[in-house]
Design a protein around this ligand. Structure first.
Ligand code: HEC
Length: 205
């Protein structure tokens, strides 16, 4: 009998927990979207220029092969150190990742799918903010802007030389990041802010 009572109570407890979750989500939505977008843009622009200047230097010093090796060793530590610097979780996520660690999670996949639909409809892609629990996420598109990227993400044998393709496959046996064309969605920037970070932004307004 006691067991039965416990079993019967579980759905009630589960239900009240849900109410709790909902409340905290609502509290988390109390942020200024424009401010979060501005902060997200600031951080991802800093990350982009760090990555792209390092990439260009590595190509200048030793060609695409050298840059591939450089990216495989340095891309993650560079984004991780920017995460630490800004006290956020910054990453590049993709539906077709080269590094499996950059595989998009469910929130990121939802944004990517939305962007893919918008690209099909030739609409412009805007940054997205999502509140969940006590976190606020910022997503922004990463499209292939130019020929440089195609050296390592374009069509094998055409944009990517056979030798470079071999290096890619050696470094990333499960690579999914080739076959892209100009303008295509390569992935997204993903920045996760804590609620306290966003609160501190509001205070500096
Ligand atoms: C020299 C080769 C090279 C070039 C050029 C290059 N990439 Fe990459 N890219 C890589 C490698 C290697 C990785 C995996 C890095 C890692 O292990 O974290 C990567 C990863 C990425 C990722 C993270 C998601 C994933 O697939 O792991 C994005 C997004 C990306 N590249 C976009 C671009 C864009 C946009 C350009 C042009 C501005 C570009 N790349 C140019 C080699 C290159």
């Amino acid at each position: 009998m006691r067991f039965l009572i416990i079993v019967c109570l579980i759905p009630i407890i589960a239900c009240s927990n849900q109410a709790e979750d909902k409340r905290s989500t609502n509290e988390a939505t109390a942020f200024d979207t424009t401010t979060v977008i501005k902060e997200g843009q600031k951080i991802t622009q800093a990350a982009f220029s760090t990555l792209s200047s390092n990439l260009q230097q590595a190509i200048a010093e030793g060609g695409v092969k050298n840059a591939l090796q450089f990216c495989s060793i340095r891309a993650m530590p560079l984004t991780d150190s920017l995460s630490a610097h800004y006290n956020v979780e910054l990453r590049r996520a993709s539906h077709q990742p080269r590094n499996p660690k950059n595989q998009a999670d469910s929130l990121e996949v939802a944004t990517i799918q939305k962007y893919l639909v918008q690209i099909k409809k030739e609409e412009s892609l805007e940054p997205v903010t999502i509140a969940h629990g006590d976190k606020i996420n910022y997503h922004a598109p990463i499209r292939i802007p130019g020929q440089l990227c195609l050296n390592c993400h374009g069509r094998p044998g055409q944009d990517i030389s056979k030798a470079d393709l071999k290096t890619i496959q050696e470094l990333y046996p499960n690579d999914q990041a080739t076959g892209f064309e100009m303008g295509e969605l390569r992935g997204i920037w993903s920045v996760q802010f804590s609620q306290s970070y966003v609160d501190s932004l509001a205070k500096t307004l």
